[in-house]
Design a protein around this ligand. Sequence first.
Ligand SMILES: *Cc1c(COP(=O)(O)O)cnc(C)c1O
Length: 219
Amino acid sequence: MGLSEITRRVAEAEARAGRPAGDVALIAVSKVQPAERVEAVLRAGHRLFGENYVQEAEAKWPAWRAEYSGVAVHMIGPLQTNKAKLAVELFEAIHTLDRPSLAQKLARLAQARGRSPDLFIQVNTGAEPQKAGVLSADLDAFVAEARGMDLPVVGLMCIPPEGIDPAPHFSMLAEMAARNGLTGLSMGMSADFETAIAHGATHVRVGSAIFGARDYGHR
Ligand SMILES: *Cc1c(COP(=O)(O)O)cnc(C)c1O
């Protein structure tokens, strides 16, 4: 299992960046992973997980939450508006708020329930047409709009384009967060979480480096 090695590398990256130990939340991305791999990580004491699909999370996590105390699960995949009601019941945080219609839906749910998961706004820093996220140029207005709906926006999230240096995207996201008075930075995956920590990530989303490769064929 890669959990202990990744935990150590997160701690080393924190130290190199002059940040206190434990400053970075390690989200173990368990989407599509076989149950025994997730259970090994739970037994090792890890409690923070990430999922991409509402229905998959609904099938898996209620039983593990009953068995292990202190579990938190964050939604890191694209969220359809018609799954928002289920999502706010399943997740402690949603990292993929990316459009006004979803913000409106989450605001209505927050009012009805009297609480809301923490929200990160996803930014499409590479302006990739196939990727979700608010365009950088529209971010400040969207933050203001979401705040105007009383939504608990805690930070920004990005997935840099593949195959290029992610560092400029991480520093761009950090700059946008600072400009908007947001402290949360959800950035960095298996291949680049140390670079993300150097640029101020508060939440890194690491899947395959902890659990091993995902096998989508078995879904
Ligand atoms: C799957 C996924 C991850 C984890 O990716 P790895 O490369 O396996 O670490 C992180 N963030 C998001 C948004 C993902 O969809």
